[in-house]
Design a protein around this ligand. Structure first.
Ligand SMILES: O=C(O)c1cccc(C(=O)CC[C@H]2O[C@@H](n3cnc4c(=O)[nH]cnc43)[C@H](O)[C@@H]2O)c1
Length: 193
């Protein structure tokens, strides 16, 4: 396990370094799991819930235009989505009692209802937002290693309200969920996909 830091850039750098070091030592990783707390879109992802990403989406990687936001893919380059292995993410979600949906990666925590609404309009299947998943997924993808993202909801996505954060509860839910994943992760073989 590594502490990948906060934000997509540091998370990508940390993950890439760990993957490279392991490969050079002859013990490459089979799977990368990005895990932590996150904001939940209401009412689908309440505080304390677990979310497993079926898509890991860079939600603010693009250009703002007078007609709205354009993802980099519409500007002609890059990627804004990674897809975890379907079979694995379903098994993990079942084992952990988690919801599945898109998890957005943002560089700025949402702090208004207007921003939350705009994100949900652009990403109707989004259940959560956080700040690292897409960076981790880019690094994993560059190494050809599959990726999962798991988030425990610590706060609603919406107007900033520090009193509403439940970081301890979310970390407890994440720990409990992870405890149920060991058999699933150990039995999963990426070459079965
Ligand atoms: O100051 C605020 O209003 C605020 C609200 C929520 C989270 C933060 C953080 O700085 C947490 C960064 C850390 O936690 C993850 N996280 C947790 N909740 C969210 C969220 O609603 N939106 C984005 N990221 C969130 C994030 O992945 C970081 O690791 C500050």
């Amino acid at each position: 396990m590594i502490d990948a830091g906060v934000g997509p850039a540091l998370a990508a750098a940390s993950t890439a370094s760990a993957l490279t070091a392991a490969a050079l030592q002859g013990t490459p990783y089979d799977l990368v799991v990005s895990a932590g707390i996150g904001g939940g879109f209401q009412p689908e992802a309440p505080v304390g819930a677990l979310v497993v990403a079926d898509e890991i989406v860079a939600a603010d990687l693009g250009a703002e235009t007078p007609d709205g936001f354009l993802p980099v893919t519409e500007l002609g380059f890059g990627t804004v989505r990674h897809h975890p292995p379907e079979d694995l993410l379903r098994r993990v979600a079942d084992a952990a009692g988690a919801r599945t949906g898109a998890v957005l990666t943002v560089s700025t925590v949402t702090g208004t209802a207007a921003r939350a609404t705009a994100l949900r309009e652009r990403h109707p299947t989004a259940l959560a937002e956080a700040m690292e998943g897409f960076g981790v997924a880019e690094a994993a993808g560059a190494h050809g290693v599959p990726v999962l993202e798991i988030r425990a909801i610590s706060n609603p996505v919406g107007p900033r309200d520090r009193a509403a954060w439940r970081i301890g509860d979310a970390l407890a839910a994440l720990t409990e969920g992870f405890g149920k994943l060991v058999p699933v992760l150990e039995s999963w073989n990426r070459h079965d996909q």
